[in-house]
Design a protein around this ligand. Structure first.
Ligand SMILES: Nc1ncnc2c1ncn2[C@@H]1O[C@H](COP(=O)(O)OP(=O)(O)OP(=O)(O)O)[C@@H](O)[C@H]1O
Ligand SMILES: [Mg+2]
Length: 251
């Protein structure tokens, strides 16, 4: 598969909690190498969509094709194989506080590979350097800043060299400078490794700085209110809701 080819194809996807339908009949495609933004107001279902895309919550209806395999119908073994190609950072997904950063990053390698400890140690060092945390391997999460924690989480998500990384609200709780650093890191990883990155966010700075494509989840219609490159959507908003969303804070 080359850059720009369809990698995740979502068809007629409905997400519900019991009888409560949150989002219905979603159709969208995420191409390889995209930084794909899932945006929308709080409570609109962004995290829920991410949980369905990553298999944590089952879909009520519809299909999710990842590299041609229907994720919603995959056997446990196929699912496991697909999941290993994805790195995930959940909104509240923190590092294990009782483990050092190095131990946190080593965890997926110990779980899913039969690499020797010395190779794992080497890979952990590489991942730490990749996210600008060289020399911090022996620190515990409580000893580092919020921005560093997010970067360490990203290093853990990248441990198995995933094709796709899912990131829920990377800038939540960060000051503007740490948030910008993290965005730059996301861009670097996307450019240097060609990783497809799916980012859930409502932060305008991030949306415009890193997004190559996007969907806007609109609570009024329980579906996709707009789609496309965020800068283009800002210039030519297809409706009032997305226009308001993208110009918040402006006069
Ligand atoms: N496990 C659950 N069971 C029932 N309802 C849920 C569950 N998780 C989320 N919801 C409901 O689904 C709706 C969307 O929640 P979700 O967390 O997906 O939104 P969000 O867009 O990520 O919001 P935020 O921007 O605040 O993170 C909310 O009304 C929430 O109460
Ligand atoms: Mg959320």
């Amino acid at each position: 598969m080359k850059q720009g080819d369809p990698q995740i194809i979502v068809k007629n996807l409905t997400i519900a909690y019991g009888d409560f339908v949150l989002l219905k009949d979603l159709d969208f495609t995420i191409n390889k190498g995209d930084i794909f933004i899932i945006m929308g107001a709080s409570g609109g279902g962004k995290s829920s969509l991410l949980r369905v895309l990553t298999g944590l919550v089952p879909a009520a209806k519809g299909q999710i094709l990842i590299d041609g395999t229907d994720f919603t119908k995959a056997s446990p073994a196929e699912r496991e194989a697909l999941m290993q190609r994805c790195g995930i950072l959940y909104q509240s997904g923190a590092l294990f506080s009782s483990m050092t950063l190095a131990e946190n990053i080593a965890l997926p390698l110990q779980q899913y590979t039969d690499y020797s400890q010395s190779l794992i140690d080497e890979l952990v060092e590489l991942k730490l350097a990749l996210v600008g945390l060289k020399g911090f391997g022996e620190f515990y999460p409580s000893e580092i800043s919020g921005g560093m924690k997010k970067r360490a989480g990203l290093a853990r998500a990248l441990a198995l060299d995933p094709d796709i990384v899912y990131f829920d609200e990377p800038s939540a709780g960060l000051d503007p400078i740490s948030s910008k650093l993290l965005d730059d890191l996301i861009l670097d990883i996307n450019h240097s490794l060609g990783t497809t990155i799916v980012v859930v966010t409502h932060e305008l700075a991030s949306i415009f700085d890193i997004g190559t494509n996007s969907i806007y989840l609109d609570t009024d219609i329980k579906g996709i209110g707009a789609r496309g490159n965020p800068q283009d959507l800002l210039k030519n908003p297809p409706n009032e809701n997305v226009a308001k969303f993208l110009t918040r804070g402006e006069k």
